[in-house]
Design a protein around this ligand. Structure first.
Ligand SMILES: *Cc1c(COP(=O)(O)O)cnc(C)c1O
Length: 356
């Protein structure tokens, strides 16, 4: 095995989408958020797999991502750009039939000037204070915005991963109030965490991202990624001998240490070293030891009868949220950090769909 191999299960992604769609129920549309190249897993493969599963609406962060996704999906599905209409994006939006989510009076003016007659969505700020029309801006611009006939009015929750957080109810009220200025326009408030909060949060369309890819807070998600790292070398280490940068680990018994290909340049964050992470030989957990290097990890394989050609760091036993916990971050960051040096293998029936 020459290269580290990231296996992405497209059927598991489709199945997670269907599970979220059944939580949202038949009267609510379930979209798919594929920003940052589908959370690092490849929008050109994930998009068609989800379209085959029934998804008709997609969201990306940037117009460039939208154009790439359009090439993979073909002309049918809606692709909305969460960052909205940024300067210079109009041509790309027109060519790739992207729907910008207008976020501000400046974006509204740009849209009126550059894309008359095109489709838009509208994002209102219900309390996250990141993107979207603030309440006063919304009131001031409501007439012009209505004239554009937006196909969605949306907002985003800041604290939905904490059910009962007081910000959630405040945002729900502000969204209900703001969206009432656009009667008849479909409404959307929930990403994955909001979808899990319950029907009051679903409105007409839910927008899950991380839940599709096996990350918390959708604890019932099927795992989607498997990451196998080749063993480059093994060596015997005597008690008292240190391993790796900073001599951060020292053998306490006669040990066998495997050096595997994969490091922080591949998204295996340096901070995971102190978090009780293991690499797996089949079912057997072998502790990650010493520091994480740019391209290499060291693993205590003393207890294995035989060292396999590869060890897994992500699988059904240890998921992206386990690595995230070890590194003091979130599964989203682990997924989107997985680097481009991996051989990427897509599995599942959906993997036989050719990218358009
Ligand atoms: C990223 C994002 C989503 C998807 O969020 P998840 O937590 O990954 O489900 C939905 N809406 C907006 C505006 C986002 O930025």
């Amino acid at each position: 095995m020459a290269r580290a191999r990231l296996t992405i299960d497209l059927d598991a992604i489709a199945s997670n989408w269907r599970a979220l769609a059944s939580i949202a129920g038949p009267r609510v549309e379930t979209a798919a958020v594929l920003k940052a190249d589908a959370y690092g897993l490849g929008a050109d493969r994930v998009g068609p797999a989800l379209a085959a599963a029934g998804a008709r609406s997609f969201f990306v962060a940037l117009a460039e991502e939208g154009a790439a996704l359009r090439a993979a999906l073909g002309p049918g599905p809606s692709i909305r750009v969460l960052g909205g209409l940024m300067p210079g994006d109009a041509a790309l939006c027109r060519e790739a039939t992207l729907t910008p989510c207008l976020n501000s009076p400046a974006q509204l003016a740009e849209f009126e000037a550059e894309l008359p007659g095109a489709r838009c969505a509208l994002q209102i700020d219900s309390g996250m204070r990141r993107l979207g029309f603030a309440p006063a801006e919304l009131t001031a611009c409501a007439g012009r915005l209505r004239a554009l006939r937006p196909d969605l009015v949306m907002s985003h929750l800041a604290c939905a991963d904490v059910p009962g957080h007081p910000c959630n109810a405040v945002q729900l009220d502000r969204f209900t109030e703001g969206s009432a200025l656009f009667p008849g326009v479909p409404r959307s408030l929930a990403a994955t965490p909001g979808t899990l909060l319950g029907p009051a949060w679903h409105f007409d369309l839910v927008r899950p991202g991380i839940g599709l890819f096996g990350g918390l807070p959708f604890a019932a998600a099927l795992p989607v990624v498997r990451l196998a790292l080749p063993v480059i070398q093994t060596r015997a280490v005597a008690p008292g001998e240190p391993v790796g940068y900073g001599a951060a680990w020292t053998a306490e018994r006669p040990s066998v240490v495997a050096t595997v290909s994969g490091g922080y340049a591949d998204g295996l964050l340096r901070a995971i070293a102190s978090g009780g992470v293991a690499l797996y030989a089949g079912e057997t957990a072998c502790p990650l030891i010493g520091r994480v290097s740019m391209d290499l990890l060291t693993v205590d394989v003393t207890d294995l009868a035989e060292v396999p050609a590869e060890l897994e760091i992500l699988n059904a036993h240890q998921g992206v949220d386990d690595l995230a916990r070890a590194a003091g971050t979130i599964g989203y960051e682990i997924l989107t950090s997985l680097g481009d040096r991996y051989e990427r293998v897509y599995k599942g029936a959906a993997s036989r769909l050719d990218p358009a």
